[in-house]
Design a protein around this ligand. Sequence first.
Ligand code: ADP
Length: 160
Amino acid sequence: MRIAVCPGSFDPVTCGHIDIFARASTIVDRLIVAVFHNPGKKPLFTMEERVEMLRVATAHIPNIKVDCFSGLLTEYVRQQNSTIIVRGLRALTDFEAEFQRALLIKKIDPGMETVFMMTNTEYSFVSSTGVKELAMFGGNISGLVPEAVKAKIIERLNHD
Ligand code: ADP
């Protein structure tokens, strides 16, 4: 069985992420979407909230499992009986960071392969950060995130 892991902050999940999940899920038997703790970022949503939003937003894709982890990505991927990491690429700006990360992963675990999927042109400008900023200033985020996520963002921003 071919298993791949798609790790990310997903704070929160956007339609760009879901497009990558849907496409990646067609080329593997099982796709594990894993929320990871990124010490460099101060999240708007807790890990549990992000996992819950991902579960709702990916309920229509049968071979997806949503999980979370903290620690070394390669160790987590191995624990899941996988050696494939899927990441999405939007623009040239993503490339530099992803290139470095993929090489670092290769260095610490040569059996691990990072695979990249190009963004759907419709979502090439969509990022979790951009969506949160837009919502903060009252912009319309419909179509950029699932409807359930939109409601959660608005609720969170109105309470803080
Ligand atoms: P991270 O904090 O690891 O960058 P993100 O949640 O921002 O996590 O993104 C997870 C993955 O999804 C990354 O590989 C990122 O490049 C990709 N991604 C984010 N937004 C999009 C999008 N609109 N289209 C394609 N890939 C995307």
